[in-house]
Structures are given as structure tokens and as C-alpha cells.
Design a protein around this ligand. Sequence first.
Ligand SMILES: Nc1ncnc2c1ncn2[C@@H]1O[C@H](COP(=O)(O)OP(=O)(O)OP(=O)(O)O)[C@@H](O)[C@H]1O
Length: 217
Amino acid sequence: MVRLEGVAKHYPPDIVALQDLNLAIAKGEFVFLTGPSGAGKSTLLKLLFCAERPTQGEIFVDGIPLASLSASQVPHLRRKIGVVFQDFKLLTNRRVFDNVALSLEVTGLKRDQVERRVRQILDSVGLGGRIGQLPHQLSGGEQQRVAIARAVVNRPPILLADEPTGNLDRARTDEVMALMEELNAQGTTILFATHNERLYRHTHRRVLRLVDGRVEE
Ligand SMILES: Nc1ncnc2c1ncn2[C@@H]1O[C@H](COP(=O)(O)OP(=O)(O)OP(=O)(O)O)[C@@H](O)[C@H]1O
């Protein structure tokens, strides 16, 4: 589902964020990405959804060579990829419903289909009753569950998570992890960046550790 071959990313003037990265993530895997601050975790995720382009090397997502994509084709790639961030990035002046619906409306679904899908996904993350509220009326954990619902409402095969539990307490973190497990059980390939060793220590999941821009398993 994801393949990197000899990937490097440099930022000007002389920062080497990633170097000679080779890795493959199979369809349906749930892989953790860890490593110290500044190791390049966010950079790696950004390369996968074309928010950054590699300085060297090739990246394939679901068989698509990303180097071949023009700027106008990037939105098509992004429909395959859900992304969740530490700071949720919800639209603060839009209701929970709209935050989730926006990512479906761009796909051209009819209004009643959008409404049905949004209700369904919000029910599945336990927020069916909060559909008309604004983000600030929700707790941090609830806001993150809205962000996850938004990321997966159009059923992308891949979910990228960049420290999604970084702002959450232990109980809320466990709720988010349970949701991730559920999405993975339904077939979503997940790449989950985190500093929190507790989240992967006792799992059987593969853990990729970035150190100085290189990957160790
Ligand atoms: N847009 C940018 N311009 C210049 N340097 C950048 C840029 N983005 C990231 N960097 C640098 O690249 C390196 C990797 O950063 P990145 O954010 O990928 O690390 P990270 O592992 O996600 O860190 P953290 O755990 O603190 O979020 C760091 O040295 C960072 O300062």
C-alpha cells in the first residue's frame, strides 16, 4: 500500500530530515512510527500525502508513483488517504456535521447520501448526539473523534495519524486507540506516528523508529 525507495528529504538551507529511506507497508497493516523529536516523522507522513515532495527517491501509494502526479492530481490521491493531526484542525466556526460533511461534498455525493454517511460515521465514533454542536462545545477527545470521522468518512484505504493522542489524557487516548483498532479491523491500513511508547509496547504491531532521518525496525 505504501512503498518508499531511497527517499531523502532536505529542507533549505541544509537540514536533512530523511535520508535513504526504504520501507514497505502492506495493505491492512497497522504500523507505528516513532523516534525522537525532529527525527522526521511528520516529514515522512507529509511526503505520503504530497504536502511535501522528496528531494530524492520514489514513493508509491496504492501503486501510484507520487512523482508522476501533477498538482491538479493531488486531490485525487488525497481521497485515498485520511489524515489526523495532534491539534485536530477542525473548522471552529462550523458544526460537527459540516466538519465531517465537507470532505464528502467534494466527492460529488448527493446531499441525502452525504447526510446519511455523516450520521453513520458519527454514530460509529459515539458522537451521533453531538452533530449540531460547534467544536468548542466538545472535549478534546470528542474533537479528535470528529477529526477521525472526517478523515475516514469517504472510506480511504489508508489512514495517516500524526501524534493524534498527543493532546489527550489516558482515557481519551485509549478511546482513540480502540477506534483505530476498529478501523484497522475493517481493512484500513494505518501509519501511526507517536512518542508514546505505551501505545505500542504491548502490541504485536510493527514499529518503525526514525533516528537521524533513517529508519530502524
Ligand atoms: N518546512 C520546514 N522547513 C525547514 N525545516 C523543516 C521543515 N519541516 C521540518 N523541518 C525540520 O526537519 C526535521 C524533521 O522534522 P519533523 O517535523 O519531520 O520531525 P518529527 O519527528 O515529526 O518531530 P516532532 O516529533 O517534534 O513532531 C527537523 O529538523 C525540523 O526542524
